[in-house]
Ligand binder design. Structure first.
Ligand SMILES: [Zn+2]
Length: 215
């Protein structure tokens, strides 16, 4: 168990100037990346558009998790890459729904594919957490449900600027304003950090000692 001092230090790290500067950087990245994707050079090719769009999802997932961990030790890089993978991999459901590897078929679906339903996020996060509890997965993996939450939420929020949030079975919202997407995406890592702290599942590295703290 972490001492109160360690807990306070962990909480301060989650709200540190460094992490706030990094999330402002994330907001600027969102602004720039989505403007660059509008360039005719990218828009004229389906493959280039799809790959660059997916890469931006991955980058946002990686950046968000890097803000949460602070990337203080080697294994954090592995986590950051995993977060990017989770943020990108959702789009594979386009191909499942199309029942084809054809990009044209995946981009012209009659409805949105199932992983793009935002109700899936809490369902999948809680299912993962419960499964990890049943399988007695080591404590060092307790970040995984939170990583899934951040990666998928960031993907859904970004997609929502074009399609709105699909909250099945209740329907969908109007497309999100661009500023709301940027603000939500850049504050999501802090919301997640605080959530991890409050629920007692947060693992942090002490910024001064370099030791693992289970809060
Ligand atoms: Zn998507």
């Amino acid at each position: 168990m972490a001492s109160e001092t360690e807990k306070t230090r962990a909480l301060l790290q989650a709200c540190s100037t460094e992490s706030i500067v990094c999330s402002i950087g994330l907001g600027i990245f969102c602004l720039v990346a989505d403007r660059l994707l509008q360039l005719p050079l990218i828009q004229q090719s389906d493959w280039l558009r799809a790959l660059s769009d997916n890469a931006v999802h991955g980058m946002i997932g990686m950046w968000s998790w890097a803000i949460i961990t602070g990337v203080k030790k080697k294994t954090d890089f592995g986590e950051v890459i995993l977060a990017g993978f989770l943020a990108s991999v959702i789009d594979i459901d386009h191909f499942f729904l199309a029942r084809s590897l054809s990009l044209k078929a995946a981009l012209t679906l009659p409805r949105r594919p199932f992983l793009h339903c935002s109700t899936m996020i809490p369902i999948m996060v809680l299912t993962l957490k419960f499964t990890m509890y049943l399988l007695k997965v080591r404590d060092s993996w307790c970040f995984l449900p939170w990583m899934l939450f951040v990666s998928w939420t960031s993907h859904h929020i970004r997609d929502a600027i074009r399609h709105g949030l699909w909250i099945c079975p209740f329907g969908k919202t109007s497309p999100l304003p661009f500023w709301l997407y940027v603000m939500t995406t850049s504050s999501l890592p802090h919301i997640c950090s605080l959530g991890m702290y409050v629920t007692g599942t947060r693992q942090l590295i002490s910024s001064t000692q370099g030791t693992l703290i289970n809060v």
